[in-house]
Ligand binder design. Structure first.
Ligand SMILES: Cc1cc2nc3c(=O)[nH]c(=O)nc-3n(C[C@H](O)[C@H](O)[C@H](O)COP(=O)(O)OP(=O)(O)OC[C@H]3O[C@@H](n4cnc5c(N)ncnc54)[C@H](O)[C@@H]3O)c2cc1C
Length: 239
């Protein structure tokens, strides 16, 4: 367990905080891309958040936290100020993606499900991985796709990088080129066949179920679907 210090806390969307935590001097955050940490609350319970920073940025952890109405931690996260201290433990979670896999990969993120995807893609960039990459990122409204700068960086570094924005609650004449619909519908629309691909999906339980079904219908082998599901409450699978 570490006592981490809030370094910065920025509202990236009306309901998403990007919280940067620093570890105590001399301490390094050891984790692999796609893993998560647990925040320990005063009552002893824990909340899981995926690291959005890549492992080589090991002086802290950057979290993307959606404000859940009435949520014990997330509804108050926007009030955290630089210098505030919070207790964290890491790393947790299995890393499903094989580093030597060269097959085309499709990332599907719902809202703050973007956080582990960002860590994985920044890590792949650092390792100069050359691979056919598609990112499908969904939100209700344009502001829910809260980190366009990261997407632009990947597009610049990987000329073949394909990005599909999916907006489920925006009139189709106001999506500004984005797909009007849910991410599972965007998967069906984007791919005639997913045979031979690998899919990594992250978001809420219903979103992940819908994408799993869409991927299976589109020819993806079941063992090539990997997901991190943002189920409410603590998960107890330490590494
Ligand atoms: C492995 C893992 C990684 C996660 N990573 C992230 C992340 O990177 N970013 C992120 O924003 N969240 C993430 N989560 C979800 C996060 O751990 C919390 O569940 C969430 O922030 C709510 O915590 P809370 O204390 O605010 O709400 P609580 O006080 O725990 O819950 C309040 C009420 O809201 C409901 N609720 C909780 N979460 C949701 C939800 N997502 N949608 C709808 N209702 C909900 C609860 O059932 C409860 O009724 C992750 C979860 C897991 C298991």
């Amino acid at each position: 367990t570490f006592t981490a210090k809030v370094y910065s806390n920025v509202l990236a969307a009306p309901d998403v905080s990007v919280l940067r935590l620093r570890l105590p001097a001399g301490q390094r955050a050891k984790f692999e891309a796609g893993q998560y940490l647990q925040v320990r609350l005063e009552d002893g319970s824990a909340r899981c958040y995926s690291m959005a920073n890549p492992p080589h940025e090991s002086d802290g952890a950057t979290l993307h936290i959606r404000h859940v109405a009435g949520g014990q931690f997330s509804a108050r996260v926007a009030q955290l100020a630089p210098g505030d201290l919070i207790q964290i433990e890491l790393p947790f979670g299995n890393v499903a993606l094989a580093p030597d896999d060269t097959r085309p990969i499709v990332f599907v993120a719902g809202g703050t499900g973007f956080a582990p995807v960002k860590s994985i893609l920044d890590d792949m960039l650092k390792k100069r991985v050359q691979r056919d990459i598609t990112l499908i990122w969904g939100a209700r409204e344009p502001q829910g796709l809260y980190l366009g700068a990261a997407v632009e960086r990947w597009q610049k570094q990987w000329p073949a990088f394909r990005f599909v924005a999916a907006l489920s609650d925006t009139p189709s004449d106001a999506t500004d080129g984005a797909f009007a619909g849910r991410v599972d519908e965007a998967v069906r629309k984007t791919f005639g066949s997913l045979a031979g691909h690998v899919v990594y999906c992250c978001g809420s339980p219903p979103m992940v179920s819908a994408v799993r079904a869409a991927a299976a219908e589109t020819g993806l082998a079941a063992e090539d679907f990997h997901a991190d599901v943002f189920v409410p409450g603590p998960s107890s699978t330490p590494v």
